[in-house]
Design a protein around this ligand. Structure first.
Ligand code: FES
Length: 375
């Protein structure tokens, strides 16, 4: 074992030193000159100290209350989608700003509370120190830990129960809020809506029990204007984005708007060039109508719209992370990029009036995650 250098106590002497002595030793060893090191409130229990304590506790209390408000809003504020034409739209539209503002205020109040605690109670220190190279030695670590503990003790945190309780309340509620926020999206009952298009198991292409026809319509920019798609509307090698439409929805602005907005509804209708002879997926050999193939537009990686179709290669491209789905050779399997699942194919046909219709809903999950299927 090497001898301790001059001015450095041995291990035995070090173990005997009090915290205050360790603080002093630490500064001396580091060539630190403590120009100022004093308690913020040398006289305990003054009105000024109590006022400072109340201010810090007030911030933590605010953090806790806004965290509670966030939890309440997140759990109970109406957040089911309402179209701009529906009566409850205004209340629904406040949901995101309100949960953002309350969670933000909670984070801010915790931050301000911690900073004001440090400014008001941790000893005021001004030090001048020479800079050294390399890592810290054991003695430095020990004396630094003593310095931190000393500052903690002098700040009086142990006896400031108001601050401790309010900080516990603020941080506890905030932590709870973050936990609920992270897991809340999973707390949904997939069976709650029964066998309807609103169920998590289905998309807007589902056929209801009365077997009403579901047409392919385009988005003209006006939700009330219904423009149905006929095969001859699309040129060979072309494509169009389509959405579901039922005759019973005609004139119902809410339903028409919702069908265009619902995240799992968009479908890419592709007309392959004649003679393409695509490979078909087992069990889905009759999902196409002639050269017309309909695939979910929602990328199976993270849900971006796969809005580019390259007719030379027959690939659908997702612009977000460059996944490519080969429609011609591998029935929309990903052949490049991070996506790992094929785009689901929608079975289509033509009705007696010459309009393209969906024969049923998709037979597999659309997009990247089951729990995100709606809204
Ligand atoms: S979302 Fe399409 S590649 Fe990532």
């Amino acid at each position: 074992m090497s001898e301790p250098s001059k001015g450095v106590p041995s291990d035995a002497e070090l173990a005997e030193l009090s915290r205050e002595e360790l603080v002093r030793l630490g500064t001396e060893l580091d060539d630190v000159e403590l120009v100022k090191y004093q308690d913020r409130f040398p006289v305990k229990g003054t009105r000024a100290e109590k006022r400072a304590e109340r201010q810090v506790a007030g911030w933590f209390l605010l953090a806790g209350l806004s965290g509670l408000a966030f939890l309440g809003l997140y759990l109970f504020w109406p957040n089911e989608y309402q179209s701009p034409f529906a009566e409850g739209h205004f209340v629904y539209s406040l949901y995101t700003p309100l949960i953002g503002a309350t969670l933000g205020l909670s984070v801010l109040a915790i931050g301000v509370g911690v900073i004001s605690y440090a400014k008001k109670f941790v000893p005021e220190e001004e030090a001048v120190q020479q800079r050294h190279n390399g890592g810290s030695e054991e003695i430095d670590k020990k004396t630094t830990a003593a310095l931190l503990a000393d500052a903690g003790q002098r700040s009086g945190i142990a006896r400031r129960s108001m601050i401790k309780r309010s900080a516990g309340f603020g941080a506890g509620v905030f932590g709870l809020g973050v936990g609920v926020f992270a897991l809340g999206g999973l707390v949904k009952n997939p069976w709650a809506e029964g066998e309807t298009p609103d169920s998590l198991w289905h998309t807007g292409w589902m056929h209801t029990s009365d077997n009403e026809k579901v047409y392919l319509r385009r988005d003209t920019g006006d939700p009330g204007e219904v423009s149905l798609v006929r095969p001859e509307d699309i040129q060979a090698g072309g494509f169009e984005t389509v959405f579901p439409f039922r005759e019973s929805e005609r004139g119902d602005h809410d339903a028409l708007y919702y069908a265009l907005r619902r995240s799992d509804n968009p479908v890419m209708l592709i007309r392959l060039r004649p003679g393409s002879e695509p490979v078909k997926r087992k069990g889905q050999e009759d999902f196409n109508y002639g050269d017309y193939y309909a695939y979910s537009k929602i990328c199976t990686h993270l849900g971006c719209p796969t809005s580019l179709f390259e007719q030379q290669t027959g690939r659908l491209l997702c612009p977000c992370h460059q996944s490519q789905f080969d429609v011609v050779n591998t029935y929309a399997k990903p052949v490049f990029g991070p996506a790992t699942r094929s785009l689901p194919q929608l079975p289509i046909d033509i009705d007696e009036d010459g309009f393209l219709v969906a024969r049923s809903d998709f037979i597999e999950a659309v997009g990247p995650g089951f729990w995100e299927r709606k809204s």
